[in-house]
Design a protein around this ligand. Structure first.
Ligand code: SF4
Ligand code: SF4
Ligand code: SF4
Length: 255
């Protein structure tokens, strides 16, 4: 039987820390096994070649300049499949913090007297500008999900993201709830799929996978009330990932 050519994969980054790509490079043997199934033509962190002919674009980072908008559209036009890789790309991630203030104030804080020379726009996840075919969430991505998404792509199948809260995985892992330890946690509102990674390791959920499509806001409110907390307490603590999602959280609680 004739061997099928391997799909050509290119990795790109926008506004980000490149930690998602590092996570991939850190996969060791699993990454090497992946390279038996795909042909990597562009991956700045691990190779110097810059192939411009690709089937699959794996894109890390948020859109935060007019030039980013132009560039992601060009990438989309060339790629048969586009993957949003990591929280910055999928939900605007940490970069979304910039949207909590006006652009002028954000520019002045970062660039001081050079602010007027900077072209910047409100931060956006990729799917505000182009069609995204697959999402790999998390900051940084959770390796089992990276593998699952690549498997789906290679088999030509969709990868449906879980639409239930991190609490479900947390309970299955028999963790003691952080609320029982007088700590707030965003698990009740956050999309599962990381196997409650942070809670398993003694931390809390900071919502790096973003908000559920239909979070049970009433249930989350009940948890907060049970532990003597208010909605504002939790929203004010967890601003790392929830903008532009922040708008959605506020809307959910306002219903
Ligand atoms: S999602 Fe996290 S690890 Fe990935 S680029 Fe953004 S900040 Fe870095
Ligand atoms: S609130 Fe946090 S610690 Fe408690 S069950 Fe949910 S995910 Fe686990
Ligand atoms: S537990 Fe929460 S913050 Fe940690 S990886 Fe999962 S979604 Fe992200």
């Amino acid at each position: 039987m004739k061997k099928q050519p391997k799909p050509k994969v290119a990795f790109f980054d926008f506004t980000d820390c490149e930690g998602c790509q590092l996570q991939l490079a850190n996969m060791g043997n699993t990454f090497l096994e992946l390279t038996e199934l795909i042909d990597i033509v562009n991956f700045r962190e691990i190779m110097s070649e810059k192939g411009e002919d690709y089937d699959i674009a794996v894109v890390e980072g948020s859109i935060s300049t007019d030039n980013d908008v132009k560039r992601i559209k060009e990438i989309r036009a060339k790629a048969k499949i586009l993957v949003a890789f990591g929280s910055c790309a999928a939900i605007a991630g940490v970069n979304g913090i910039k949207n909590r203030t006006s652009l002028e104030v954000a520019k002045e804080r970062v660039y001081a007297d050079k602010a007027h020379t900077i072209n910047t726009i409100k931060v956006m996840p990729l799917d505000r500008v182009v069609k995204v075919d697959y999402y790999i969430l998390n900051c940084p991505p959770y390796i089992p999900e990276i593998i699952a998404v690549f498997k789906s792509i290679l088999m030509g199948k969709p990868y449906p993201l879980p639409n239930y809260p991190v609490c479900v995985e947390c309970k299955m892992n028999e963790n003691v709830c952080r609320y029982e330890k007088d700590q707030e946690c965003m698990g009740p509102l956050t999309r599962a799929g990381c196997n409650s990674w942070c809670i398993n390791n003694g931390n809390r959920c900071y919502a790096c996978r973003g908000l559920l499509e239909n979070p049970a806001a009433d249930g989350a409110k009940e948890i907060l009330e049970k532990y003597g907390l208010k909605v504002e307490d939790i929203l004010n603590h967890f601003t790392l990932y929830n903008d532009p999602q922040g708008e959605k959280y506020d809307q959910e609680f306002a219903r």
